[in-house]
Design a protein around this ligand. Structure first.
Ligand SMILES: Nc1nc2c(ncn2[C@@H]2O[C@H](COP(=O)(O)OP(=O)(O)O)[C@@H](O)[C@H]2O)c(=O)[nH]1
Ligand SMILES: [Mg+2]
Ligand SMILES: [Zn+2]
Length: 303
C-alpha cells in the first residue's frame, strides 16, 4: 500500500504525490461505483493506493480517501443547486489585493473573507503594491482588517518587500490564491519561487476566460514544502451556499457585540436596539464592513 496526495485529475487518472515519487492511479471498488458526481476523490485528497493488476491504464488503484479537513466547493452547472467539490484539505487562502492600481475593492475582499470563513479555511490578506500607494496609505486602508484580527501582510513584490513574509505564510501549507487580476498574484509567487506564478496562472486564467470550464484545480508543489492550489477563481464560488444565520459569525469584529442586541434573533439589519447597527452608526464598527454584511444579509450582493 502507498499513501499520497492527489495533485491533479485528468480523465479518469489521478496524479498522486507519494514519498516514492509521482504515481498515476485510478478508482476502484466502492469509490468508483459512487463517483457519479466526480467528488469522491479531488485535488488535495490524501489517498491510500494498492497495486493494480497488469494490463490496466494505471499501475495503482485508489482504495480509500482520508477524511477531509476542509472542502472548497462551487455550484455545479445546471438548474438544481448542487455543490461540486473543487479541492480538499486547503489550509488557507491568500487573498491578494493591491493597495493601489487597481484601487482595492474592499467589498469584494469582504466577500472572499466570508467564503473562506464558511469553508473553514484560514484567510491571509496580502496587500501588494505598497510602493505605489505608500506604506502609510496602505496601512490606513486596511486598518479595519488588522483591527478585526485578520492576518494582513504588506508587500511590494516588484521590490522584494514582504516576500519573506509571504514565503513564511505558504511554506509547509496548502494554499489557494484569490484576488482580482492585476494585483500581483503571479509576481508574488514568482518572487517566492521562480516560475511558480506562471504555472499557477495556467488554469485560473483559462477558467476566467470561460474556455476550459471542466478544468477543476491542481496542486503545485513548493520547493520549501507544501502546495499552492491553482483553483478556478474564488470569485466564481459566490455566496450561493452560505447560511445567512451564520453570516454574523463570519465578521470577527462583531463577536464582542453580539450579546448586546434587544432581540436574540436580531439580524442586525432593521431591528431597533441593535448593538451592531448602533456601533456602525457611532463609528465603532467600520462602515464599509457593516455595509458588506448588510448587503450579503439582504441578498443585495447576489449576482
Ligand atoms: N509597482 C508595482 N507593480 C507591481 C507589483 N507587483 C506586481 N506589479 C505589476 O502589476 C502587474 C500585474 O501583476 P501580476 O503579477 O501579473 O498580477 P496578477 O494578475 O494578480 O497575477 C504587472 O505589470 C506587475 O509587474 C508591485 O509590488 N509594485
Ligand atoms: Mg497572474
Ligand atoms: Zn442586532
Amino acid at each position: 500500500m502507498l499513501t499520497g496526495t492527489v495533485l491533479r485529475k485528468q480523465g479518469g487518472v489521478y496524479e498522486v504525490e507519494t514519498a516514492e515519487g509521482l504515481r498515476d492511479a485510478v478508482l476502484r471498488g466502492k469509490l468508483k461505483r459512487d463517483d457519479r458526481s466526480g467528488d469522491m476523490v479531488v485535488v488535495g485528497d490524501r489517498v491510500d493506493m494498492d497495486r493494480e493488476q497488469a494490463g490496466t491504464d494505471a499501475a495503482w488503484a485508489i482504495m480509500r480517501v482520508h477524511d477531509r479537513s476542509t472542502v472548497l466547493a462551487r455550484r455545479a452547472p445546471g438548474k438544481a443547486p448542487r455543490a461540486k467539490v473543487i479541492a480538499a484539505n486547503l489550509d488557507q487562502v491568500l487573498i491578494v489585493f493591491a493597495a493601489a492600481n487597481p484601487a482595492p475593492h474592499l467589498r469584494m475582499l469582504d466577500r472572499f473573507l466570508v467564503i473562506a470563513a464558511d469553508a473553514d479555511i484560514r484567510p491571509v490578506i496580502v496587500v501588494n503594491k505598497t510602493d505605489v500607494s505608500g506604506e502609510d496609505e496602505a496601512r490606513r486602508t486596511f486598518a479595519p482588517y488588522v483591527a478585526a484580527g485578520y492576518d494582513v501582510l504588506f508587500t511590494a513584490a516588484k521590490r522584494g518587500v514582504g516576500v519573506e513574509d509571504v514565503r513564511g505564510a505558504i511554506c509547509g501549507c496548502t494554499s489557494a490564491l484569490a484576488g482580482p487580476s492585476g494585483v500581483g498574484k503571479s509576481s508574488l509567487l514568482n518572487a517566492v519561487q521562480p516560475g511558480l506564478g506562471l504555472r499557477v496562472a495556467e488554469i485560473s486564467e483559462a477558467v476566467n476566460k470561460g474556455r476550459h470550464t471542466t478544468v477543476t484545480a491542481q496542486l503545485i508543489p513548493l520547493e520549501c514544502g507544501g502546495y499552492v492550489a491553482d483553483t478556478p477563481g474564488l470569485r466564481e464560488l459566490g455566496l450561493w451556499e452560505i447560511d445567512r444565520d451564520q453570516l454574523q459569525f463570519y465578521f470577527p469584529e462583531f463577536e464582542a457585540l453580539l450579546g448586546g442586541c434587544r432581540y436574540p434573533t436580531c439580524t442586525h439589519v432593521h431591528e431597533p436596539g441593535c448593538a451592531i447597527q448602533d456601533a456602525a452608526a457611532a463609528g465603532k464598527l467600520d462602515a464599509g464592513r457593516y455595509e458588506s454584511y448588510r448587503r450579503m444579509m439582504t441578498g443585495e450582493d447576489e449576482e
